[in-house]
Design a protein around this ligand. Structure first.
Ligand code: FAD
Length: 460
């Protein structure tokens, strides 16, 4: 008789959990996965995928505008939010089904309820109360939006979870936060014609990104009519007959129909029973793991956002895959976290890989910067007043490209391949030797010859 009900019990059917379950089952392990909401997790149900669909929707406004310059005549296009939400919901339901089918096909048992850890080899199910034993337990419960410190009226705000399914599109929205989710939603709402304000406690949006991109996106957003209020936070949210009033820490107010908080995400560990079995949790409740994703309890592992390493879908997937290969396939490996490309699906969009200039400067004495800001070909005829920005950060000593940063149309697509170049250890000479593909914006990356010189240096 088998020692345990399952070889592996996964809690959370999101990006990391599903990948781990499928790979482990593929090696012949008996696997169960518990999901309290919907199979697919944040990315599929209320993250990357629906967000990108909303981003696409929001960009048609630009297309309609730009079309005029190319000779198209369009009768006043109009937009219907419920149609978009229904189409988005249809697509995520389709993906959810595919995820479940793939799990079923390989023999993974899906348990549609909340699970929590009851011991080093035991989980309990919240609804049925059943206790199940497993040789190994994987925590893949992801994260959830944080609302920050409690302030009066917080019950009136929404987070990204609710933003995806608003009954109607607000006329005025305020998005609080300066990270990529806040910035993306501000772009989405603005593109859909909503009067949009972004409020951020710091001095500039997108902390951690390269300064040139932060500045360029701020400028582009302001030109597009998005108000950006920095250096302030809300102290109170008031509901009135006309909507919401957000009271700021300087006594001023901002009014809107919806206020969305996107000020960060917390790991989903509350009530999971982890402390009781001796799993060490970190400063914000994340599960502390080693490079093999093992927790402080030998039989319990964790992957994805709940570990607070790099909260990105491809990273969660890699971690889940590495865990399953290592523990069930006798093929031990760990993900490599260097040069992970990321994007901000703002409009204009950002793609970035490697070090931003400020971090490269800390590690390298002789830094060579190449940058270009230009009007893309399409904008010359459409008349759009927006620049594309490209930047390469090069180690002057080894000539290695340390960072590649792009703002503008297709930036994320461009940078995915830039990431390959960095992974292969490309030097600036390699970029220079690469033939351009004409006419594209991306060719600028292989034709930048002049080192950028800071204005004061140039003057001196
Ligand atoms: P999740 O995908 O969050 O899955 C965890 C699952 O566990 C959830 O389904 C949850 O319901 C379930 N669960 C939690 N507790 C329990 C329990 N006790 N019992 C049973 N089930 C439980 N990443 C990108 O790479 N690119 C993007 O463009 C991008 N955009 C994003 C946009 C938004 C608005 C958000 C919120 C996130 C975005 N992300 C993006 C991040 C990405 O979604 C996450 O990094 C990824 O989903 C993490 O996967 P995970 O497996 O760790 O957790």
């Amino acid at each position: 008789m088998a020692k345990h009900d399952y070889d592996l019990f996964v809690i959370g059917a999101g990006s990391g959990g599903v990948r781990a379950a499928r790979i482990a089952a593929g090696y012949g392990a008996k696997v169960a996965i518990a999901e309290e909401y919907r199979v697919g997790g944040t990315c599929v149900i209320r993250g990357c995928v629906p967000k990108k669909l909303l981003v696409y929707a929001s960009r048609f406004a630009d297309e309609f505008d730009d079309a005029h310059g190319f000779g198209w005549k369009l009768d006043d296009p109009s937009f219907d939010w419920p149609t978009l939400v229904a189409a988005k919901n249809k697509e995520i339901a389709r993906l959810e089904k595919i995820y479940a089918t793939n799990l079923n096909r390989i023999g993974v048992t899906i348990i549609e309820e909340r699970a929590q850890v009851a011991g080093p080899n035991a989980v309990t199910l919240a609804r049925s109360g059943a206790t199940i034993s497993a040789g190994k337990i994987l925590i893949a419960t992801g994260g959830k939006p944080s609302l920050g410190n409690p302030i009066p009226g917080l019950e009136h705000v929404i987070t990204s979870n609710e933003a995806f399914d608003l009954k109607r599109l607000p006329k005025r929205v305020i998005v609080a936060g300066g990270g990529y989710i806040a910035v993306e939603f501000a772009g989405i709402f603005s593109g859909l014609g909503v009067d949009t304000t972004l409020i951020y406690r710091g001095d500039k949006i997108l902390r951690g990104f390269d300064e040139d991109l932060r500045d360029a996106l701020t400028e582009a957003y302001l030109k597009r009519g998005i108000r950006i209020v920095t250096g302030h936070i809300f102290t109170r949210i008031e509901k009135t007959a006309d909507g919401l009033i957000g009271h700021l820490d300087d006594g001023s107010t901002l009014e809107a129909d919806e206020i969305m908080f996107a000020i960060g995400r917390n790991p989903n560990t509350a009530g999971l029973g982890l402390e009781a079995v001796g799993v060490e949790l970190g400063w914000n409740g994340h599960v502390v793991v080693d490079e093999t994703s093992r927790t402080s309890v030998e039989t319990i592992f964790a992957v994805g956002d709940v570990t607070d390493r790099m909260a990105l879908t491809p990273v969660a997937i890699r971690e889940g895959h590495a865990f399953a290969d290592s523990e069930f396939g006798s093929k031990p490996w760990s993900p490599d976290y260097t040069d992970v490309p990321t994007a901000v699906f703002s409009t204009p969009e950002i793609g970035t890989v490697g070090l931003p200039e400020h971090l490269a400067a800390e590690r390298c004495e002789d830094l060579h910067i190449y940058k270009a800001a230009f009007r893309p070909l399409k904008a010359t005829v459409s008349g759009r007043d927006e620049k594309m920005v490209m930047k390469l950060i090069v180690d002057g000593k080894s000539d290695k490209v340390l960072g590649c940063h792009v703002l503008g149309e297709g930036a994320a697509e461009i940078v995915q391949l830039g990431a390959l170049a960095l992974r292969l250890g490309a030097t600036k000479a390699d970029f220079d030797r690469t033939m351009g593909l004409h006419p594209t914006a991306a060719e600028e990356l292989v034709t930048m010859r002049e080192k950028w010189v800071a204005p004061t240096e140039a003057a001196g």
